[in-house]
Design a protein around this ligand. Structure first.
Ligand SMILES: [Cu+2]
Length: 116
């Protein structure tokens, strides 16, 4: 193999690596919470690709819990709460508010759909 070809191949593989790295940086999905809903209440991610949920609240403190991925955090008004996950399984997974916030609290939930 001549040297120029070798350098070209090497450069090509480094460039491919950089693209792959860029593709792995988390996609952001914004979800806002208010009594008694998440908006949007259905979000989509891809298996094996990191996703950052950016959670905000429009009214009061809420909770965010997704047992399938062992995630739980408070959502505090006036700040962004970021949680990053890399889904390792496909399917539909429920997240819900786990801080009692009033009469509609039990119905405050949403779905993360993980596609292959
Ligand atoms: Cu609640």
């Amino acid at each position: 193999m001549n040297r120029r070809l070798f350098v070209a191949l090497l450069t090509g593989s480094v460039a491919t690596g950089a693209v792959r790295l860029a593709a792995q940086s988390p996609t952001e999905i914004r979800i806002s919470a208010k009594k008694f809903e998440f908006h949007p209440n259905k979000v989509t991610a891809k298996r094996g690709q990191p996703v950052t949920l950016v959670l905000t609240s429009e009214d009061r403190i809420h909770g965010f819990k997704m047992t399938d991925f062992a995630l739980r955090t408070d959502i505090v008004p006036g700040q962004e709460t970021r949680v990053t996950l890399t889904p390792d399984k496909e399917g539909s997974f429920t997240f819900f508010c786990d801080i009692f916030c009033g009469d509609g609290h039990e119905d405050m939930d949403g779905t993360l759909v993980v596609e292959g």
